[in-house]
Write a protein that binds this ligand. Sequence first.
Ligand code: ADP
Length: 207
Amino acid sequence: MSTPKRYSSILLIGPPGVGKGTQGKMIGAIPGFFHLATGDMFRSLDKESEIGLEFTRYSSQGLLVPDFLTVRLWRQHVDQLIARELYSPTSDILLLDGIPRSQPQAETMRDYIDPCMIIHLVCENIDEMVRRMQKRATEQGRPDDADESVIRKRFEVYAEQTAPVLACYDQEIIYDIDALGTQAEVLLRILSKIVPAIANPCFDRQK
Ligand code: ADP
């Protein structure tokens, strides 16, 4: 079976701390989905490598890693996942969490992904998201979650660079999901959009 030219994908988009990673991991545990989070990809780098140092330099200030570097690393990462038979483009839907995170990334990635659905996690309660991130800082030791001024910067970057990504896609494939509630409640809301759509031709992984 030949590898499709563009990977069938679902994009998870939403501000920091809204629950993309939490939901992505749960959905990624369902056969037929593969969750790929760029934050995890960056954090798995050797911290002393050139790219590992670049990542720390940007993320510690709440900034995005430059687009060119991010997309190049993402492509290498996907190639490795395919080579190691962890992700199969012909049978899995790629659940992308954290990419594209800017309009230039969305443009470049048109050649590689075919987004069939966008799950836009919405939460107007910034204090709740900051609280979740500070909890995560203690649990996971993430330096970019510990400092309140860095957290605020990430919200600014989200509004300026990431929220405009939504305008790059057909508005009909965007689903706003209320991200407030228990993990199970939010999961149910997301699955109620994804599961009925799986039969749509867009999700045909063989095309
Ligand atoms: P959050 O869960 O708060 O959204 P992530 O774990 O997804 O954060 O990402 C952590 C950091 O990794 C970001 O603040 C950014 O510096 C870097 N990063 C992740 N994805 C991208 C991307 N697509 N483009 C540029 N930088 C990225």
